[in-house]
Design a binder for this molecule. Structure first.
Ligand code: GN1
Ligand code: MG
Length: 362
């Protein structure tokens, strides 16, 4: 951890680094907790620049988003603002918020938010609060003074993900298409392809807008206080123009699943309607800007994200595990089985979800 301590000291931090240790369980970047002999602790991250190819653009987006939210919170007279929005730390000798090491790796730091927790499992209470928080997040970013660039172009474009899936199947780089289970999963997913690409079609028809969305609203990308109330949204790497379906759908995918996305016991995978209902109630309250088309398609969003994630995990498995971090050889296959099962469970609840949304008066 000595190397990380040296990197940390390039940033404008107070005090001397006393401890660096791994933090969290992201699938893309490497994250560390940095303690110092000063008053604050920090989060240090190595940015995966194979995934985020334009680090300058990425950090520029994050600076814009965090300063815009900070100004909004100040205007609204909020207290304790340093716990309600991330604070990127600039370098000691410049205003840049990232550092490139000689080996071509990129690093950044933020202030650690004190007494905050990530949750892997939520109650209806924290789900409701999360719904409100994500609606508010989108609302606060609706008047950003500058357009945000796409840090991963077409990130949640289902048509693109389908093409990447088809390319992986055709190339069969790791020889995994020989497995009958893989073939069966491919067939099942491809049967739902047209239906799941609906958002892109609605966008082309001009009936679905793009808005600034978070695009990675996994339940563990939110910080809660000790009482289960939301403090703030973290992991802002993919905050960019997208469909609101991304934020709604990815939260449902991770929070409403009765188990983690990589739980191998698929008999336990189930879509928890009480989480859907609580989150939806909170989200519709703060996302008052939604059009009828967006609102009516939230149940589709709940289906789309386990579906898209299954396609992405299986694509990576077929490619030989080149994108997501894996802990064991079949990890991406296990994740795919889990997400396919979730997709089936969500789909079975479609009429119930539609009825619930139609019944909420604004
Ligand atoms: C990645 O970085 P992390 O672990 O929060 C991925 C998401 C997936 C998620 C699946 C940039 O998120 O899109 O939904 O894994 N992020 C990127 O766990 O691809
Ligand atoms: Mg994350």
């Amino acid at each position: 951890m000595e190397a990380q301590a040296k990197i940390a000291s390039q940033f404008r931090i107070e005090g001397v680094v006393t401890e660096v240790r791994p933090l969290g369980n992201g699938n893309i970047n490497d994250t560390f907790l940095v303690r110092t002999d000063g008053p604050d602790a920090y989060v240090l991250q190595r940015i995966n620049n194979a995934v985020f190819k334009d680090v300058a653009l990425l950090q520029h987006n994050i600076e814009l988003v965090t300063s815009h939210i900070r100004a909004k919170l100040q205007k609204a007279g909020e207290s304790d603002i340093a716990r309600k929005v991330l604070t990127p730390i600039p370098l000691k000798d410049s205003t840049k918020t990232y550092f490139e090491t000689q080996d071509g790796k990129f690093w950044r730091m933020t202030l650690l938010i004190k007494d905050s927790f990530t949750l892997e499992e939520v109650t209806p209470h924290s789900s409701y609060d999360a719904g409100r928080a994500f609606g508010r997040f989108e609302d606060m970013l609706s008047d950003l003074p500058e357009a945000l660039g796409e840090t991963i172009p077409d990130f949640h474009n289902m048509e693109l993900r389908s093409r990447q899936f088809a390319d992986a199947i055709a190339a069969d780089a790791a020889g995994r298409m020989a497995d009958p289970e893989v073939k069966e999963l491919v067939t099942f997913l491809q049967e739902h392809d047209y239906e799941m690409c609906k958002a892109e079609r609605m966008y082309r028809e001009g009936i679905l807008p793009k808005r600034i969305c978070h695009c990675d609203t996994k339940v563990n990308n939110m910080l809660f206080d000790a009482d289960g109330n939301v403090l703030c949204v973290i992991d802002l790497d993919t905050t960019m123009p997208g469909f609101v379906f991304s934020d709604f759908g990815d939260f449902m995918r991770t929070a409403a699943n009765a188990v983690a996305e990589d739980d191998p016991d698929i008999s336990k995978v189930a879509f928890r309607m009480e989480i859907f209902e609580a989150f939806t109630r909170g989200y519709l309250q703060s996302a008052a800007f939604l059009t009828d088309v967006e609102r009516e398609n939230l149940p589709y969003a709940a289906q789309l994200f386990p579906y898209m994630q299954a396609v992405r995990f299986l694509t990576d498995y077929i490619n030989g595990d080149t994108y997501y971090k894996i802990a064991y050889p079949e990890h991406n296959l296990v994740r795919t089985r889990n997400q396919v099962t979730l997709f089936r469970s969500v789909s079975a609840h479609l009429p119930q979800m539609q009825e619930f949304i139609a019944g909420i008066s604004l």
